[in-house]
Design a protein around this ligand. Structure first.
Ligand SMILES: Nc1ncnc2c1ncn2[C@@H]1O[C@H](COP(=O)(O)OP(=O)(O)O)[C@@H](O)[C@H]1O
Ligand SMILES: [Mg+2]
Length: 239
């Protein structure tokens, strides 16, 4: 295996919807404690990559390693147990469950006695969720729903958090709140793999980034360098 600080690595990952190739020979690495971003236009294959990673799509070809272990054939439950949690595109909440019950759903694989403490920890991260803890998730604003989706993922105590476009459809001020929480999570030791169409935001917060075009990684590097790269500027930053 790779050097021991690598938490996630993908090797020659391929995926197709029938004949349509959505992911082509993806090689990618995330190190412990990093925030790594995957940027790319609508339809590039970002969601597909996350879904394959968390086994919401069945793995076809290639390898996925997590903490040095080959998890290519693991199902989604097994991956959650190992420490991978996903904040899915569209948030995936249970609309007619309360905020607190959604958080409890995130802990469904746990049997320890610290679940209550972790709920308080989430309420600390996102105080508005405490105010609304008895409300149906479906009645929350978009930003509050995104916070709840992040909170629910954290309830499995992940080492690696996968996020699919957390900024989607949200006002900039709300996005700022959510991204601040991501930075504080990283300080607490959570590794973050962030998928974003909003390249500027993603490059600002991340250490390294990969650029996905038509299912292929076409560029990668330090985010600070990518943000100043002429091709990235032109294609993704609109400058
Ligand atoms: N369930 C599906 N069946 C067939 N094609 C799909 C399906 N989901 C996504 N695709 C196609 O796969 C490609 C990548 O989509 P997606 O991963 O959603 O991209 P992104 O998240 O970057 O917008 C697109 O061409 C899309 O139309
Ligand atoms: Mg998507």
């Amino acid at each position: 295996m790779k050097d021991k600080t690598t938490i996630l690595s993908l090797e020659k990952l391929n995926f197709g919807y029938g004949q349509i190739k959505a992911l082509k020979d993806i090689d990618l690495e995330v190190k412990k404690g990093e925030i790594v971003a995957l940027i790319g236009a609508n339809g590039a294959g970002k969601t597909t990559l996350l879904r394959v990673l968390s086994s919401l799509e069945k793995m076809q070809d290639g390898k996925i390693y997590f903490k040095g272990e080959d998890i290519s054939r693991f199902d989604s439950t097994k991956k959650v147990r190992l420490g991978i949690a996903q904040v899915p595109e569209g948030r995936g909440l249970f609309n007619i469950l309360s905020v607190e019950d959604n958080l409890l759903m995130g802990a469904y694989l746990r049997s320890d006695d610290e679940i209550r403490e972790d709920i308080e920890y989430i309420y600390n991260l996102f105080p508005v969720l405490k105010e609304k803890k008895d409300h149906y998730a479906g009645t929350l604003s978009g930003g509050q729903q995104q916070m709840l989706s992040v909170g629910r993922a954290l309830m499995s105590r992940p080492d690696l958090l996968l996020l699919d476009e957390p900024s989607m459809g949200l006002a900039p001020i709300i996005v700022e709140d959510i991204f601040e929480v991501l930075e504080s999570l990283r300080k607490k030791g959570v590794t973050i793999f962030l998928v974003e169409q909003n390249a500027f935001l993603a490059l600002e917060i991340s250490d390294r980034a990969y650029v996905l075009e038509n299912g292929e990684i076409v560029m990668s590097g330090d985010s600070k360098e990518l943000i100043n790269d002429d091709r990235v500027k032109e294609a993704y930053l609109g400058v």
